[in-house]
Design a protein around this ligand. Structure first.
Ligand code: PDD
Length: 286
């Protein structure tokens, strides 16, 4: 089946989809993105992802490339044309194409928008939930606006590649001894007392949509959530650990830097949060 991408107003064969060499996303990472899960052909938490996209754009003073309702149509069309049932839809908006110059281009420069959609490997995802995954830790050397979902992901790329080369799934960034988040996920532990702990999202991390929904899931399940930083030592002494993101929902973490977490198996809290996730997440209309 041939894939299709949406690029600046046109649906084009994925293999030919391109932006200009002087796109500011390409030259300066001057742009933002969103990844939204697709389940049963419907977007999960579209509303929250669109709100966060608009916030990221506002923070960088990039205009929304089209009204939100029109973007909703494009997202659905990309999902439909690529026949995605279980997968992700990716949206990227940059400050547009202009002669390379650090200053913002003239105000009449149109933002660039790209939308792609693809299926994800469900069997692989299920396997990692069953077995649990490993993380390594790396120093958090990112800028202090990681609350904005920018395409400037070089520290994340290097961290995740280091994880892969160490046989791990994810890298946890650590700043001043405290775990901030993963290269593309939020980080959580479950203490020996049974409290779920994750770092506050006011600064220092991306406020994950999955994270926000999981607070509500935990609440419904009667579980205690403590929104505070946790140290690496605390994580190593935890009963459970897990990561969250739109593309993987909840994945249990069974080792950190080669040291076993809890009994080295996926724990019941991570499992129950995952199992109840779609009871709380919002499914968009098709
Ligand atoms: N990653 N932290 C970072 C640094 C992320 O890149 C992501 C998302 C998250 C989780 O956010 P959410 O629950 O809204 O997906 C946390 C996406 C999936 C990605 O880059 O592919």
């Amino acid at each position: 089946m041939s894939r299709v991408a949406y690029v600046n107003g046109l649906y084009v064969p994925h293999a030919d989809a391109a932006v200009h060499v002087e796109d500011r996303g390409y030259q300066f990472a001057d742009g933002v993105y969103e990844v939204c899960e697709v389940r049963g052909g419907r977007m999960v938490d579209e509303r929250r992802h669109m709100e966060r996209l608009q916030r990221s754009l506002r923070e960088l003073r990039i205009a929304m490339p089209m009204p939100p309702a029109a973007l909703g149509v494009v997202l659905r069309e990309a999902i439909r044309r690529n026949r995605v049932r279980e997968g992700i839809v990716y949206i990227q908006v940059t400050r547009g194409v202009a002669r390379r110059d650090h200053y913002f281009p003239s105000p009449d420069t149109l933002p660039s928008i790209v939308v792609t959609a693809r299926a994800t490997d469900q069997a692989k995802a299920a396997a990692s939930v069953e077995s649990g995954a490993a993380v390594i830790t790396v120093p958090d050397n990112r800028w202090d606006r990681v609350d904005i979902k920018t395409v400037g992901l070089l520290p994340n790329v290097l961290a995740k590649q280091a994880a892969k080369e160490a046989g791990a799934r994810e890298a946890w960034f650590v700043r001043d001894g405290v775990v901030t988040e993963g290269g593309s996920t939020n980080a959580w532990i479950v203490t020996q007392a049974g409290a779920i702990v994750t770092r506050p999202a006011e600064s220092g991390i991306l406020r994950g949509i999955t994270r926000t929904v999981l607070f509500e899931v935990a609440n419904r399940l009667g579980l205690t959530v403590e929104e505070r930083g946790f140290t690496l030592d605390e994580a190593l002494a935890a009963r459970e650990a897990f990561i969250s993101s739109a593309s993987n929902v909840v994945v249990p973490i069974v080792s950190i830097d080669g040291k076993t977490v809890g009994d080295g198996k996926p724990g019941p809290v991570a499992r129950s949060l995952r199992d109840s996730f779609y009871d709380v997440a919002e499914f968009a209309r098709k």
